[in-house]
Design a protein around this ligand. Sequence first.
Ligand code: ZN
Length: 466
Amino acid sequence: MSAPAHADLVVHGGTVVNAGGSGPATVVVSGGRIVAVQDPSLPLPPHERAIDATGSLVLPGGVDPHCHIGQRLGEYAALDDYESASIAALWGGTTTVIDFAIPDPGQRPIDAVTERRKLAEISRCDTALHGCVIDWDDTTPAQIAEMANTGVRTIKLFTTYKDVVMAGPDTVLEVLRTLHAQGGIAYVHAEANHVIEDAQALAVAAGEAAAGHMPRTRPELAEASAVSQVLATAEHVDAPVYFVHQTTAEAVDLVRAARRRGVRAYTETCPHYLYLDERTYSSEHPERFVCCPPLRAPETVAALRSRALVGDIDTLGSDHCCYSASQKTEHSHDVRVMPNGLPGVETRLAVTFTQLVVRGGMPVERFVGMFATNPARLNGLTGKGVVAAGHDADLVVVDPAARRSARTGDLHMATDYTPYEGEELAGWPSVVVSGGRVVLDADGFHDPGPVGRALEADAMPDHLIT
Ligand SMILES: [Zn+2]
């Protein structure tokens, strides 16, 4: 594709970083798309606007594969909606958010998808959805086919939260098999429910069910055990599987070993499992760090990070869930009833860029793979996650030398705390371009209005990543 006679935007002077390589280049944008990535020595085409990215990295806009936007679960409702969540995402360099359509009790999965799509109409950035199946019945195959036809080809399965969202092993097997036939992938939250229920019961009996005791209520082995079982199922039915929020090197290694046997299995981890550890549960506000699985021991975090650094982790999902400090506090005497989850859609880039690239020395190309390219691929979002002609003009400019402390008051998520308060982080975007619009620059945020598109996932090829 050659550059048009007249461009809407040129981003010049920076180093363009893709998962497959990086180098100095000028990005030429027209009509919301990248129309050329050209040699920096070439003259700039005529343009409406130029952004000087000298000294900075130009990354593809982030694709966050794991967000819970305005999630209702039990008596708790997360405080954000698509407007506030998408604005926070854009501030943080994420231009596509993927949310979960988790059915309410008795609701059909397909109806949960339709309802979520409606909620997403106010989004400022592009959106996509994961469906969710809890119970298998005669109507489920047709619903999965219908979801796929409307561009939802990823389905979440929980192996825990019995009587709420847990899918039994038979349902997991049927969904994996049926979804694969639709070119889709199951997204699995893998923790062994019976182990967790027992660990929780023991903690309650010992009077240790408050937020500060979170780690003992969800032991590491519960994760490894469920990952093993789901991997066996995936291998048996010859279907791909994606594990959300893996927290231990043991779980990651199980996925890698399966992959070496030819199983198409993928690992996601989250910023908080790479940056924070269980010592936060001894802090003044342990409840603010309650998430599932819990933050792990420092040795576990170090081992997980080592797996990320060598490329054994495919994606970074925020697992964003926006509760306030008071919601977290209200029932913090009992981890079984308090709301789980941490706000993080806005801090995903800064936290992981700092921890992996700046401190860990990860090649920035590998980082881009985890932050944008792989989440786009593993969700069938063609056109996302790559800075190349023909792709959507979603760009993030980052000065790798810049540092700024995380402060709740500087963030835009609909909550009143951040788990990273006071942490000095790199990787904050200086410019964000979403669908060709400059939404963040030195003058601040420019709200584009409800322009986010509901993306439809394409059928995914049998071999996504080798
Ligand atoms: Zn989640």
